[in-house]
Ligand binder design. Sequence first.
Ligand code: NDP
Length: 498
Amino acid sequence: MNSPVSLRSLPPSPREFGFWVDNRWVAGSDLFERNSPGHGVPVTRVPRCSVDDLNAAVAAARRAFEDRSWAGLSGAERGGVLLRAAELLRQRRDEIAYWEVLENGKPIAQARGEIDHCIACFETGAGAARLLHGDSFNSLGDGLFGMVLREPIGVVGLITPWNFPFLILCERVPFILASGCTMVVKPSEVTSATTLLLGEILAEAGLPAGVYNVVTGSGRTIGQALTEHPDVDMLSFTGSTAVGRSCVHAAADSNFKKLGLELGGKNPIIVFADSYLDDAADGAAFGISFNTGQCCVSSSRLIVERSVAREFEEILAAKMKKIVVGDPLQDETQVGAITTDAQNATIMDFIEKGKAEGAELITGGQTVEIGKGQYIAPTLFSGVTRSMSIAKDEIFGPVLSSFHFDTVEEAIAIANDTVYGLAASVWTKNIDKALTVTRRVRAGRFWVNTIMAGGPEMPLGGFKQSGWGREAGMYGVEEYTQVKSVHVEIGKRSHWIK
Ligand code: NDP
């Protein structure tokens, strides 16, 4: 029996979860205990599922797909379930935000904002369910009519990371459901709680059994088995480029399942001398510190015009020093804990490499001691050259590398000098410069004089090694469908055999 919790303080004992199949909790025998990264105490226990558990979840999703209990509903009926889910999510907003904070370490105010975005995702998914449609060809001559049907692709496997456990989930689930697909989700083992709680919410909203299933456990076992599963028709994966590559091999070696991949980023923020420097500095500070920089779209490469570079870095460093790093359960905290021990070590390692390779440390560069948690101060390096480790690799932490440029062409060249192409932003008052850079920098998401703005109507995804396909909005729903060309004879058919 789980003890009641106050949502303002740490739970008296770790909350125990089952996994979720066919709209029911299933108890696990082997449990993984998760420590809050912000507090260093155990907060949840989730099952380490077996491959048999995974097979049962995929079988449930297959049954629910084939019996048409979901795919056979009208778009309006599917949309109705998604709208009820949005309402239930609104009612349970603080509770979901609380477990997100405890497992991930992000600030509570930010987590609540993310749940608001998730509610909007469900509302947008509801509209998309009604609007999804195919096409017709009235141009095939008087004897033939052509229709293009969009059909759900089938059973979807969804693997999500630990940096935005609930937000990344909700940028996909409503759109997968809108298409009529069923699914098996594998969240990161360290942040599974809120993905499991969504099962309860969807069941209460009226989602038929077997449509949304969650298996928990490590990526190496359960995640890998899901990527290889021969009865999964499509896999949506968000995480590291290395595992994304292994998903491609697994898909090829199993059943050629379709893949959606959202992978790493090393995202440029280009600041021209004619921009409002204070606004741009605020954007740069937010872009690298939001979610402690553990964010695939975080702007981790500052590319600033040389004539204002020193002045800009001083304004930026002053702002970064004011960022409130603190206990994620406190309302005023802006930057919380680093989510995993491994990530903490990776970030500190990059900071050491930055110093050793000759970059100039302007601010940060050290851990922040807050109780038993793990925290790192927002960090700015200047004088970074294109060959340094902190210039090329995704750090996934609050570490910003600053480059200087003289011409628009040079700024574009530095921005594109990466294997990634997830996101970018440009700051200038000059519309010609803004649009030239927007056209020429290769990235799936772009911001002009703002950063990380958006809504669930807008598609998400990357160029180059940042991934394949798009999530969210109508583009996202269409990814989970396949098209069927239907040819209808009109009038009397002229026979081939005379
Ligand atoms: P991973 O890619 O290992 O983890 C992402 C998800 O994949 C998790 O659910 C994980 O499960 C699962 N997973 C791990 N191994 C496999 C596998 N062999 N087959 C299928 N699924 C698997 O990222 P890390 O947690 O190791 O982070 C490493 C780096 O990846 C970060 O430093 C960052 O650079 C990048 N990253 C990028 C993200 C993004 O949003 N683009 C998100 C997360 C990381 P489990 O956690 O249970 O092992």
